[in-house]
Design a binder for this molecule. Structure first.
Ligand code: COA
Length: 425
């Protein structure tokens, strides 16, 4: 049974979402991920948005699969010593504390390198060096400062954040790539290195097509934006473009049969140039194939509202799935708007491991998103998240080699705590 990151040990000093998504991915690639949490409380998300009393929340369980949890008060001198011992035997340390928190704990990059020159220290911060570098940052702050919010939404409405957690999970993904790259380089150099991902940078990286448009705007209007066809002048910056597609091919979200009562009875429809004639045939407008107002992409731009109104008359006569099936026959790019309920009920996603049901001793079975990256030689089953401190003694014994008396000494120093459930027993 191969595991891609077999033998890699990760000291997971992360909390909330951005860091945990990264280390969860590493665990799904087979790394041994040891999550360090504060005794008694642990990762704040364990108790956030709780849906079952006294059970770890879905917020926590869905971001911390396949990890081991140890509790450690790293401000306690003994806890600090244990952390140092862990740094010695880990390949990677991942953290996403507020700027300066790790330094205040006594673990500067210089100190970490002294303890273990091979370790890779990976950090998420809100911003890179600059005016905002000391700020604490959450998801929507990153979406707003990385260019996503100003370019999302409708022209006449407020800037909008998106439901995809591009600031947190998006940065976690970037960080995971940085870590495996650093691990690869270490096989050549023998040295560790520091990997840093700023949430603002990660969001901007995902928004690069909008920075593309900012530069194009300096040379003239963005002709593929609906705004151009509507004769609305452009300002100095990339406007919000509703559901226009970012690739230059006009696209919109159109109503389908049932839209009056189903908020997701819609389909995304792209009037891609190469399939225009097929579109005309499907919607019953064959003369549009030769009429100069409609026949060419440039000719169509001023008529997009009329064109999409006509296409919508067709989509409204079909359910989104019927429309998808009919359009796919002609390679007309489209996609039904799937609700979370529809996604959760899609058995094909379970068959591929993209959705996984996991058993948990306190909360019962829960649904989670499995590893979205499929490797042919990585056999790791998605497992439940750990209870707080579930593996404290196991890690002290098996990873640090402490004997029973030494474990007792750590315990009596107050540096570790038992899981609340165990403590209550
Ligand atoms: N033992 C002892 N102390 C611990 C500890 C442990 N096991 N784990 C954490 N702490 C301490 C930290 O040392 C810090 O102490 P200090 O402020 O005295 O130095 C304290 O807990 C709080 O950490 P902090 O990171 O400031 O938490 P917060 O809840 O105030 O802020 C964030 C949360 C997410 C805003 C902040 O961590 C942050 O900006 N992170 C970077 C960006 C990021 O990842 N944001 C997205 C999160 S999804």
């Amino acid at each position: 049974m191969a595991k891609a990151l077999d033998g890699v040990r990760v000291l997971d000093f992360t909390h909330v979402q951005s860091g945990p998504t990264c280390t969860q991915l590493l665990a799904w690639f087979g790394a041994d991920v040891i999550k360090v949490e504060r005794p008694g409380e642990g990762d704040v998300t364990r108790a956030q948005l709780r849906d079952i009393p006294n059970a770890d929340s879905l917020y926590f369980t869905m971001l911390n699969s396949n990890k081991r949890s140890i509790t450690l008060d790293t401000k306690n001198p003994e806890g600090k010593r244990v952390l140092e011992e862990l740094v010695k035997v880990c390949d990677v340390m991942v953290e996403n504390f507020a700027p300066g928190a790790l330094d205040r704990m006594g673990f500067t990059w210089e100190r970490i390198q002294e303890i273990n020159p091979r370790i890779i220290l990976a950090s998420v911060k809100g911003f890179g060096p600059g005016p905002f570098e000391d700020c604490k940052v959450y998801e929507n702050v990153a979406q707003c400062t990385g260019g996503s919010a100003s370019t999302t939404g409708f022209r006449d409405g407020l800037p909008m954040v998106t439901g995809a957690q591009i600031g947190d999970s998006g940065t976690g993904l970037h960080l995971a790539l940085g870590i495996v790259t650093a691990l690869y380089q270490r096989t050549l150099t023998g040295r560790g290195q520091k990997v840093m991902c700023a949430m603002q940078d990660s969001v901007l990286n995902l928004c690069r097509v909008k920075l593309r448009d900012q530069q194009r705007l300096e040379r003239g209007p963005l002709r593929e934006y609906s705004q151009f066809g509507e004769g609305v002048p452009f300002g100095e910056t990339v406007p919000r473009a509703g559901n226009d597609s970012g690739g230059g091919q006009p696209g919109r979200i159109l109503k389908c049969k049932g839209w009056e009562h189903d908020p997701n009875a819609y389909i995304y429809f792209i009037t891609q140039g190469p399939v225009w004639e097929k579109i005309c045939d499907v919607i019953g407008e064959p003369t549009w194939k030769t009429n100069p107002d409609y026949a060419t992409p440039a000719g169509r731009l001023p008529h997009l509202n009329e064109i999409f109104t006509r296409i919508e008359a067709w989509t409204m006569a079909h359910t989104k799935f019927e429309a998808m099936e009919m359009l796919n026959k002609y390679d007309i790019p489209c996609g039904p708007i799937l609700s979370m309920k529809e996604i959760a009920e899609d058995r094909s996603l379970y068959a591929t491991g993209t959705l996984v049901e996991v058993d948990h001793p306190v909360r019962g079975t829960y649904l989670t998103v499995g590893n979205p990256v499929k490797l042919s030689d990585n056999d790791v089953k998605v497992e439940r998240s750990p209870l707080l401190g579930e593996h404290t003694e196991e890690v002290l014994a098996s990873v640090l080699g402490l004997n029973e008396a030494q474990i007792e000494a750590v315990r009596s120093s107050g540096a570790v705590g038992l899981a609340p459930r165990q403590a209550a027993e």
